[in-house]
Design a protein around this ligand. Structure first.
Ligand code: KG4
Ligand code: ZN
Length: 352
């Protein structure tokens, strides 16, 4: 394989993320186009519009990262793209462009797992050979909420997962019922800073049951029932919205913290990683940090910009799995539903 520069293409949902990762110098360039203004009008992601926008944006963004890094397409040695899980049309848009570029450049293409990308984003700035496995990973995004026992790259066992809504989805839906914009997570976080810590107390779902599974749909319904009477009488004022935001965030964060503590106890591990969009939540980071410190454990997380969807995590996951890439396979393959437990460690170690 040529000098190993990996082009990463992320198109699983509503962000077009493109990046270049180099074996020798790490991350060379990255860029992101967020479709949030398109989907905001509809209060959530419209799959067909997402796919169309990715098709329009991928090539110009690839050109942008190549020029940022000062290299040519022919310098790229591997094209990595998100194969799944995600929205089928959005995945297809990325897979089609990735495989076409790889075909044109005569280099291999490799479809990578979106959640593995999120997980590995926390290690992007570290030397992978010095990362100490095993650890527990809390993966929290708009589509997933999982606790994973990570024994090595590709060696994953799910310790617990949500039985209904993902925590990011619960943030977004609660925000929507409060009349806030999409995506709701960052807005709830901002408003919660003005909220009362005593006015409402929301439940901590499933914390009274053993195990590491989650359920967030009841918490969302609890928030709905709390605001319904204010909404009906048109008296949902700014302070009430902030108080509900506080109570919701506090309950979600405490629930996640209790389950993470349980996962550390169960595995006996001393390292915890948070990744995925909700991992950008500073209250969550600080509570998990306190819990980890109390146990003498260490908390790791990605750079803030790499918590939410991005191309860097896909380029990096592709780099770690480069040995599996094949130029021969040309199907536009994608896998909208895909468990991390189906993955295996990279075949023959990493490429140089
Ligand atoms: O990982 P991500 O960008 O996309 C998916 O793979 O789903 O995660 C997006 C989710 C959204 O639900 C968004 O509201 C949530 O992450 N999110 C946050 C914050 N930033 C993004 N939730 C809470 N607090 C935040 N600061
Ligand atoms: Zn994601």
């Amino acid at each position: 394989m040529r000098r190993m520069i990996v082009l990463g293409i992320e198109t699983s949902c509503d962000d077009t993320g493109i990046a270049l990762y180099c074996a020798k110098n790490g991350l060379l360039a990255h860029t992101l186009f967020s479709q949030v203004d398109t989907h905001r009008l509809y209060g959530g992601v419209v799959p067909e519009l997402a796919a169309r926008d990715h098709t329009r944006k991928v090539i110009p963004l690839v050109d942008a990262v190549l020029s940022q890094a000062g290299i040519k397409g022919s310098d790229v040695g591997l094209v990595a793209y998100t194969r799944g899980p995600g929205l089928a049309g959005a995945l297809l848009a990325g897979a089609a462009v990735a495989r076409s570029l790889a075909f044109g450049w005569r280099v291999p293409a490799l479809g990578v797992h979106h959640m593995e990308g999120h997980l590995l984003a926390a290690l992007l700035d570290a030397d992978i050979d010095e990362v100490e496995f095993p650890f527990v990973a809390l993966l929290v995004s708009g589509g997933h909420t999982q606790l994973v026992d990570v024994r090595g790259v590709g060696d994953y066992r799910i310790l617990g997962k949500t039985l209904d809504d993902a925590v990011g989805e619960a943030f977004d839906k609660t925000a929507k019922m409060l009349g806030l914009e999409y995506p709701g997570g960052p807005i709830i976080e901002r408003l919660a800073k003005q909220g009362s810590s005593t006015r409402y107390k929301f439940p901590r779902p499933m914390t009274d049951r053993p195990g590491c599974d989650f359920s967030f749909s009841g918490l969302k319904t609890f928030a709905l029932n709390t605001v319904l009477r204010w909404k009906e009488s048109n008296l949902l004022d700014e302070q009430t919205i902030a108080d509900v935001a506080f109570a919701f965030q506090n309950a979600a964060v405490e629930t996640l913290t209790i389950k993470c503590k349980r996962a550390l106890e169960k595995t006996g591990y001393q390292r915890l990683i948070i990744a995925g969009g909700v991992g950008a939540n500073e209250t969550l980071r600080s509570r998990l940090g306190e819990m980890a410190t109390d146990r003498g454990a260490k908390l790791l997380y990605p750079r803030m910009e790499f918590c939410t969807d991005n191309g860097a995590m896909i380029a990096y996951a592709g780099y770690l799995r480069a040995s599996e890439a094949t130029a021969a396979k040309q199907g536009f393959d994608m896998q909208p539903r895909w468990s991390m437990e189906e993955l295996a460690p990279p075949v023959t170690g990493q490429a140089s």
